[in-house]
Design a protein around this ligand. Structure first.
Ligand SMILES: [Fe+2]
Ligand SMILES: [Fe+2]
Length: 507
């Protein structure tokens, strides 16, 4: 399969993040450098190009005159590096070596301050042994004939923010990506600003500054006003190629889930925005937990776990220190790891009553962590996540759990499924009932592939004899391709106790 723009961005960004966690010679860092150089080489050869270029403007990637939200979320560390270098884009020449890419990772992870000029940045690159990666000026400064000249600046419309779903005309099974892109594009800016808000909150708290609470409220209100069923579809498209973006993306998804579940439970309208805010802020205390613990691969020891778990208490204290934050939001941050049967952490005083908002955030938190596409982990289908949750159902508020199942449905849009008559297709939307999605049929009962125009929609709610017999893949990625080719995680969690699965998934 051809290497997409997103694949390359994700590799670069992950390489920078891995280098921050490890060191030059670490196998993960080395293999990402090699992987990028090899994939770039193949891509350039296949497309008959001599260089790979992408621009950066206002904190987002631009390619062919389009802002790209999906890769901009995934490639945040790359965008931040460009900002420190004062450049408007990167140009990777053909034959760039794995060593140069590794040096690029090192420079990106170690350069903390802004350089004085683009020339200084260029000199920094050269002195690090990087010859075949160029920095390009900002669009405004670009002159005709320079690499950025290939973009018609007048055609860039900052309000036109899209996922980079697909560079291929067809995804083989009928272009699922494009139809989702069209429906969901208007909601993407809200997700972008939710993401930015959580990132800004984490950064300010980390520097002992005050968080921007009114911005958090504003973006939650925007979500509240716009959120509908399609909002859940966007949530399913969010992927996290590195730990930084997962920590932030997690809060965005929990916030969206909490709002949807609250609405399903019949929470009053005026409290829904607050629920979304509680979701965005529930893990605020993580900003004070050392990165080595938060991002540690493998199991935490007792001392480390204690520190990690302190994020609930720390977050609540940070919020309590303000006069404008409602008690509900403090309760969400403090109690989102307390089980419905009283276990979990922090320990509740005997006189305390478990807050309903904490119970709601708790079930969304666990579900999000289980179903998220994280670094080196395939997303788990909702059906499997619910099986795990139901085995430990005493941990969860029963009404919140039922509302979550109803709100999410068992089959997220984009899932590739087989029906019980042998036909195959993609879930197009959740459908009227949680177990009866709308499916676009791409292969008939005999296994024959249907051309785009011959494909058709079946509402399983209207065809009660038909049901989903099997999952083939869980979801589609921002390029419109299926993320996993088989139902994952059955083996990944085999032999693990319920406690282990849940504690791996949630801190
Ligand atoms: Fe948490
Ligand atoms: Fe969380």
């Amino acid at each position: 399969m051809a290497t997409s723009f997103s694949d390359l961005i994700i590799l670069l960004s992950s390489g920078i993040n891995q280098r921050r966690l490890y060191f030059d010679a670490h196998p993960k860092v080395k293999s990402m450098g090699r992987d990028f150089a090899a994939k770039l080489d193949t891509r350039l050869r296949e497309s008959n190009e001599t260089a790979f270029f992408f621009g950066i403007l206002n904190g987002k990637f631009i390619r062919d005159g389009r802002f790209l939200v999906g890769p901009s979320i995934a490639g945040r560390s790359l965008i931040e590096f460009a900002e420190r270098l004062g450049c408007g884009g990167f140009l990777f020449q053909q034959h760039v070596t794995a060593d140069e890419v590794a040096a690029f990772f090192r420079l990106a992870s170690e350069t903390r301050e802004k350089t004085g000029s683009l020339d200084e940045s260029m000199a920094l690159m050269r002195s690090s042994g990087i010859r075949l990666i160029e920095l390009t000026p900002h669009f405004r400064q670009a002159e005709a004939g320079q690499p950025t000249g290939q973009f018609d600046l007048a055609s860039i419309d900052p309000s036109l923010i899209q996922f980079d779903f697909s560079e291929d005309e067809e995804d083989g099974e009928g272009g699922m990506g494009r139809s989702i892109q069209k429906d969901l594009a208007p909601l993407l800016p809200i997700f972008q600003s939710m993401y930015d808000t959580v990132a800004a909150n984490q950064a300010t708290v980390n520097r002992d500054q005050d968080l921007d609470y009114s911005r958090t409220q504003t973006v939650s209100e925007q979500l509240h006003v716009k959120a509908d069923r399609e909002t859940m579809d966007i949530m399913n498209l969010m992927r996290y190629p590195d730990y930084d973006s997962y920590t932030i993306g997690h809060s965005v998804r929990v916030s969206t889930l909490a709002l949807t579940v609250g609405r399903e439970m019949g929470w009053p309208e005026h409290m829904l925005g607050e629920l979304a805010t509680a979701g965005l802020l529930h893990d605020l205390g993580k900003a004070k937990v050392p990165d080595e613990i938060l991002y540690k691969p493998g199991k935490l020891d007792a001392e480390e776990r204690k520190l990690a778990e302190s994020h609930a208490d720390i977050g609540a204290r940070l919020l309590l220190g303000r006069t404008d934050v409602s008690p509900l939001i403090v309760a969400g941050a403090w109690g989102h790891h307390i089980r419905h049967d009283g276990g979990g952490y922090p320990q509740m005083p005997a006189w305390a009553v478990h807050s309903p908002i904490a119970g709601l955030i708790q079930v969304c938190d666990v579900f999000e962590a289980l179903t998220a596409a994280r670094p080196y982990k395939n997303p788990m289908p909702p059906r499997r996540a619910f099986e795990i949750i139901l085995k430990d159902r005493a941990a969860f508020h029963p009404n919140a759990l039922v509302a979550l199942v109803r709100a999410v449905g068992l089959y997220p849009p984009g899932s590739e499924v087989v029906l019980n008559d042998g036909s195959r297709g993609y879930v197009s939307s959740r459908g009227a009932r949680w177990d009866s999605p709308l499916v676009r049929i791409t292969r008939d009962k005999t296994g024959r592939h249907l051309e785009h125009d011959d494909q058709f929609l079946i509402d399983l709610n209207d065809n009660r004899k038909l049901e989903v017999a099997d999952f083939l893949s869980v979801s589609i990625d921002p390029d419109g391709k299926p993320v996993a080719s088989a139902v994952p995680d059955e083996d990944e969690n085999a032999g693990k106790s319920m406690d282990d699965i849940l504690s791996d998934a949630t801190i």
